[in-house]
Design a protein around this ligand. Structure first.
Ligand SMILES: *Cc1c(COP(=O)(O)O)cnc(C)c1O
Ligand SMILES: *[C@@H]1O[C@H](CO)[C@@H](O)[C@H](O)[C@H]1NC(C)=O
Ligand SMILES: *[C@@H]1O[C@H](CO)[C@@H](O)[C@H](O)[C@H]1NC(C)=O
Length: 565
């Protein structure tokens, strides 16, 4: 339809429109139509197409309830009650978290500096803080967290960090050795993920930064190459929270795809329905954090190629475990996940997880420099001089990259394969136990790597998690929607797996007994918290609680005084 026709048809609309020869009015009408279509009708259409009418209405309903409950919390009597609850929770949190050394107390810089011996004494004191409370990561009782923890490796890493303590990657001229090691670390990991000859990447401070960079690069590409101004991310519901963060930081609309209820991997058909002309990036995980299941990357790749959209694979957790799976287990993974899949344009790999590097180390890889350049920040008119920075941080601690480099050449392929084989075998032991020996628990999906997660229809798994923690010192991760627990097996948990299985069975007996003896419920803060979080009308309170938790982390004598005023 030509513009003239469009105008004519508008003027024929009954009532509201009248014919005007003023081009300005016409422009205004056109703009209004464009705006309503583009920002209201089309998104609504995509929402209904993507999620169905029923769920779209449900989204609207949930949104209203959540907003409504926030309004409700503003009513003085309710506000008072909520505040009291939060203050009570804060006191409990403070008891749990604020474990302070009796001999150390600095809220201002000491006037006269301490001697080296005094400082070292204080450090010792802080290192040994309240061993009753401190989590026994050394016994392998924590899910994930410390991925290697061998003394020899820790000593080497400490030595490496010591040597390069002052280095800064922002100044490659001053630290040429660090520049070489950084490029070698990236190259080694690119090789591990079968990058083509054009493959490239950068180091980053962790999985979160790598995912932020992947989303940022995709957004800039979409903006510059396709003129997309309202960029969207399409990702499985099980994608890591860092992608939610990217969505918030970079103003990208996050569209979550459902999981197949039996495999707990992304529903490809749903992804397809969520793709629009605004989609800037599609993501999949290999594996995801909650369930350790691997999304169908080859199918996502087909969609990515068909619609010409970048595809990022989150191998942050999979890292060297998934890369060395074939060599460690002597068989291929049933699903391809790396650059050999043609539509995969970027991959993130946390060297600080199963690469066993010191914390603060991850790699973001791209199929080619054309995509990587979009994550760069370049400013050529700053009065401080020409400025270019490859990642989110400006100054970067070279020592951490050195630590990663030293770890990789120390362990070597054989070292990695040995550790990873043991981790994979341990995870399978837990998997088979949950599947075959504990009828109360349901294994989630088909976890082939290091994370095993399970739920239950018989007992409350959050109560189970609290019991395991209180009685035996285990710290599994709590998941919600559905309520579940998971263990990310590390080199340290490998040694303790049979202990865990025994403790797990004992705690389940206790839970089952409590369920049978109706009313003798076991007190569980976690179960209570997730109960509140799961309810629409009270989830706003949990947001406040989480904020409160973050506040408490930075609490000192001064903020205490403020609170009491
Ligand atoms: C840990 C993890 C991340 C984020 O890593 P951080 O290092 O904690 O920032 C991203 N994706 C997955 C699947 C992870 O397990
Ligand atoms: C810590 O120091 C502050 C003042 O700097 C003081 O008010 C407070 O009582 C001290 N706390 C302890 C536990 O010694
Ligand atoms: C994007 O728009 C074009 C027409 O402008 C259409 O042919 C194409 O199917 C759209 N793509 C998607 C993913 O909706």
């Amino acid at each position: 339809m030509s513009f003239d026709n469009l105008f004519n048809s508008i003027t024929e609309w009954p009532g509201t429109y009248y014919y005007t020869t003023c081009w300005f009015e016409k422009l205004k009408d056109l703009l209004l139509i464009y705006t309503v279509l583009n920002y209201l009708i089309l998104p609504l259409f995509h929402l209904i197409y993507g999620y169905g009418l029923f769920r779209t209405i449900q989204f609207g309903y949930n949104f209203l309830i959540k907003k409504g409950s926030i309004l409700l919390f503003m009513i003085p009597s309710i506000k008072e009650k909520v505040n009291k609850e939060i203050n009570d929770a804060r006191i409990t949190l403070e008891k749990d978290i604020l474990i302070k050394s009796k001999n150390v107390n600095h809220s201002t810089i000491p006037l006269k500096g301490f001697s080296i011996d005094q400082v070292l004494n204080q450090l010792n004191d802080l290192d040994n803080l309240d061993s009753n409370h401190a989590i026994a990561w050394k016994d392998g009782k924590v899910s994930g967290a410390v991925y290697h923890g061998g003394d020899e490796l820790i000593n080497l890493q400490t030595e490496a960090i010591h040597k390069f303590a002052v280095s800064n990657q922002l100044h490659p001229d001053a630290f040429p050795g660090v520049r070489q090691m950084e490029s070698e670390v990236v190259s080694m990991v690119l090789n591990l993920f079968n990058a083509p000859i054009t493959g490239c990447g950068t180091t980053s401070s962790g999985g979160t930064e790598s995912l932020l960079l992947a989303c940022l690069a995709a957004r800039e590409k979409a903006r510059i190459e396709k003129g997309i101004v309202c960029p969207e991310i399409v990702a499985p519901k099980s994608i890591h929270a860092a992608v939610f963060k990217a969505s918030k930081y970079f103003g990208m609309n996050l569209k979550l795809a459902d999981l197949n209820p039996d495999t707990f991997t992304v529903d490809i058909n749903h992804v397809k329905r969520l793709i629009t002309n605004n989609t800037a990036i599609i993501l999949g995980s290999a594996p995801n954090f909650p369930y350790g299941t691997i999304d169908n990357i080859p199918e996502l790749s087909k969609l990515a190629i068909k619609y010409n959209i970048p595809l990022h694979v989150d191998c942050c957790l999979g890292s060297f475990v998934i890369a060395y799976y074939e060599k460690a287990m002597g068989k291929k993974l049933p699903i391809d996940f790396d650059f050999r899949v043609p539509g995969v344009t970027s991959i993130s790999c946390d060297t600080h997880k199963y690469g066993f590097a010191p914390k603060g180390s991850s790699i973001i890889m791209y199929r080619s420099p054309e995509l990587r350049k979009y994550q760069y920040y370049i400013s050529s008119d700053w009065v401080g001089g020409l400025y270019g920075s490859p990642t989110l941080a400006g100054s970067r601690p070279g020592a951490l990259t050195v630590g990663a480099w030293a770890t990789m050449i120390y362990l070597g392929e054989n070292g990695y394969i040995k550790e990873i084989k043991s981790i994979l075998e341990t995870a399978q032991i837990l998997r088979h136990t949950v599947e075959n020996e504990i009828p109360e628990l349901d294994l989630i999906g088909d976890p082939l790597l290091s994370v095993i997660s399970f739920k239950s229809d018989v007992i409350n798994v959050h109560v189970l998690g609290d019991l395991l923690s209180k009685e035996y010192g285990w710290h599994l991760s709590s998941l919600q929607k559905p309520a579940a627990l998971h263990l990310a097996v590390t080199r340290l948990t490998s040694k303790a797996i049979f202990e865990l299985i025994g403790d797990l069975k004992n705690c389940i007996k206790e839970c089952v007994a409590a369920v049978k003896a109706d009313g003798k419920a076991i007190k569980s803060d976690t179960a209570q918290l997730y109960g509140v979080a799961g309810s629409l009308s009270t989830s706003g309170v949990v947001d406040q609680l989480v904020g409160c938790f973050l506040d408490v982390l930075y609490q000192n004598e001064k903020s205490n005084e403020l609170m009491n005023e």
